[in-house]
Ligand binder design. Structure first.
Ligand code: ADP
Ligand code: MG
Length: 424
């Protein structure tokens, strides 16, 4: 077959994920809430299958349109990488959202980001971390309520155990952006003195100065970071009932893969990253516009969310190749390496199925559909020595394959190889 030819073996191996979308967009539709059920709110979402979702429009007044006028229905059909119905479990989201591929890629050295986007109350926090109160008391790690973050951590450790060719060093941080102020969720004292976001020349990226980063040797260490941050988030929001709808949280796991060169030489060969982002409620951007706020006031409502929208709009429109305004907000600065096209992204759009929320749901689905058009070229954050090792490995594989090919050809001719290099 073609793939056995030496030319093919000499070609660089495609990076994982090539040929697949590097931005996956899935939708999760939560069940009707008790309040919605009690109010006899209608369920306006349908699931035709194959990643499709139909949002039923408001019924038109009788006789307002004739059949075939093209105006008979305002229902809208959307298509995504996957759609989760209200019956989907937290485990289903792990298994069918594509997050497993993201985690494997983070282990390989890519920058990977999972976002939850949607209006307040649509299920963002439920999807990422679980229902409210899960982290209030004693946390049961086996609880079926655990969200995608905890499940991803478990899967990450499975992956690491399978890669014995590297030694992995994990560090985690957990921050909140509220009113364009960065607060360290692992160091509640920072609420009084917000942290600065700075540019690092060395790593050519933005970073948060003095952010606590915790060494995580085991799964339990990562889970402790999650628990601690979740507790501080709810304590910090005391007395402000819309705090969580206005704030973004970013939980980051840095995954450094180290290679042993000799007895005493170790170097960091690849530097992967996994971000989990719980965004502010998407209704916030609308508030900014509808209330005719000045720029400064808009800052206080939600600059980061607005700028994220501009970035996604610019990235998804090939005609607008020019300026992408990453630098205009804290959130987009910190996610720039993922958004800028070097990373791999999973966006989970969360919606309510209720008719009373249909216009917010429509906004969310449109935003998600736009994000799906973004094309990125992820790159591995690799040490030059690692790149050399890989290219040498490929050369060896190519020579090996050429050799095998030759031997095969000689055998075909009925000849015997003398001094077979493969023989001991
Ligand atoms: P958001 O973070 O988007 O504001 P939440 O995650 O807090 O929304 O969800 C609002 C409420 O709906 C919570 O009580 C949550 O547990 C519940 N909920 C959200 N999604 C689901 C779901 N898929 N299944 C069951 N309950 C859900
Ligand atoms: Mg929330």
């Amino acid at each position: 077959s073609l793939s056995d030819s030496p030319e093919d073996a000499a070609r660089p191996a495609p990076p994982p994920g090539q040929g697949e979308d590097n931005i996956n967009v899935v939708v999760r539709v939560r069940p009707l809430s008790n309040k919605e059920s009690k109010a006899k709110d209608n369920f306006v979402v349908q699931f035709p299958g194959n990643g499709q979702l139909l949002l039923e429009g408001a019924p038109l007044p009788a006789g307002s349109s004739s059949p075939g006028s093209g105006n008979a229905s305002k229902s809208r059909l959307f298509s995504f990488n996957a759609v989760f119905e209200p019956g989907a479990t937290q485990e289903d989201v792990l298994n069918y959202s594509g997050v497993r591929r993201l985690i494997s890629m983070a282990v390989e050295g890519f920058s990977c980001t999972v976002f939850c986007y949607g209006q307040t109350g649509s299920g963002k926090t439920h999807t990422l971390t679980g229902p409210p109160g899960l982290f209030d008391g004693q946390v049961d790690p086996q609880s079926p309520d655990h969200g995608l973050v905890c499940r991803s951590f478990q899967f990450l450790f499975q992956q690491l155990r399978e890669r014995s060719d590297f030694h992995f060093v994990l560090k985690a941080s957990f921050l909140e952006i509220y009113n364009e102020k960065v607060i360290d969720l692992l160091n509640p004292g920072s609420a009084r003195k917000p942290l600065a976001v700075r540019w690092s020349k060395k790593s050519r990226g933005f970073f948060v100065e003095n952010l606590f980063t915790v060494d995580c040797e085991e799964l339990d260490d990562l889970l402790a970071v999650l628990e601690e941050g979740m507790r501080n988030r709810s304590v910090g929001s005391h007395g402000m009932n819309d705090h969580s709808s206005r704030s973004h949280t970013i939980l980051t796991v840095h995954i450094a893969a180290e290679r042993q060169m000799s007895e005493d030489g170790v170097f960091i060969s690849r530097q992967g990253k996994l971000n989990f982002v719980d965004l502010a409620g998407s209704e916030m951007t609308k508030k900014t516009h509808s209330e005719g706020k000045t720029l400064e006031e808009a800052n206080n409502i939600n600059k980061s969310l607005m700028v994220l929208g501009y970035c996604i709009a610019s990235l998804s429109d090939p005609k607008k190749k020019g300026h992408i305004p990453y630098r205009d907000s804290k959130l987009t600065k910190l996610l720039a390496d993922s958004l800028a096209g070097n990373g791999v992204t999973l966006m989970i759009a969360c919606i309510s199925p209720a008719k009373s929320n249909i216009s917010e749901s429509l906004n969310t689905l449109r935003y998600a559909a736009r994000a799906k058009k973004i094309r990125t070229k992820p790159i591995i954050m690799m040490d030059p020595r690692e790149a050399l090792i890989l290219s040498l490995k490929r050369e060896v594989a190519a020579l090996q394959s050429e050799n095998d090919h030759l031997r095969g050809a000689l055998r075909l001719n009925g000849e015997q190889l003398i001094g077979d290099p493969g023989a001991p």
